[in-house]
Design a protein around this ligand. Structure first.
Ligand SMILES: *[C@@H]1O[C@H](CO)[C@@H](O)[C@H](O)[C@H]1NC(C)=O
Ligand SMILES: *[C@@H]1O[C@H](CO)[C@@H](O)[C@H](O)[C@H]1NC(C)=O
Length: 102
């Protein structure tokens, strides 16, 4: 599918490493709203109220795959809004993505 027919939505997560292992949690991004990209859902606020275990937790992104895909990009590409060399692309509409240790 061409990128021109898709929307790239990104959130910046403030990730906090805490010394707790073996407690992997799958976070449903946006809770019931899912990864809709709808302007009325405040993903910054959603992320800011949670503590993510880097290298342990995962993010589940639920969205309409007919209109949306998800790309994992480097911080540089995120800042410059460059989708041409994603680290990963997801398009099933229900993807669980680990939060990697960098
Ligand atoms: C995506 O498109 C297919 C084919 O038109 C349709 O059957 C399906 O219901 C659509 N999915 C959503 C979530 O709208
Ligand atoms: C997404 O996938 C997970 C794991 O397979 C499943 O438990 C969940 O019900 C699915 N959610 C939706 C909205 O399809």
């Amino acid at each position: 599918m061409g990128f021109n027919r898709k929307f790239l939505f990104s959130i910046v997560l403030l990730v906090v490493a805490v010394p707790l292992m073996g407690n992997a949690f799958v976070w449903n991004v946006g809770d019931a709203a899912g990864w809709s990209g709808q302007a009325q859902f405040d993903y910054d606020n959603w992320a800011g109220r949670r503590t993510f275990l880097v290298g342990d937790d995962s993010l589940r992104l639920v969205y309409d795959p007919n209109t949306t895909n998800v790309m994992e990009v480097s911080y540089c590409d995120f800042k410059s809004c460059n989708p041409s060399s994603p680290l990963a692309t997801y398009n099933t509409g229900n993807d669980t993505v680990p939060i990697p240790l960098f």
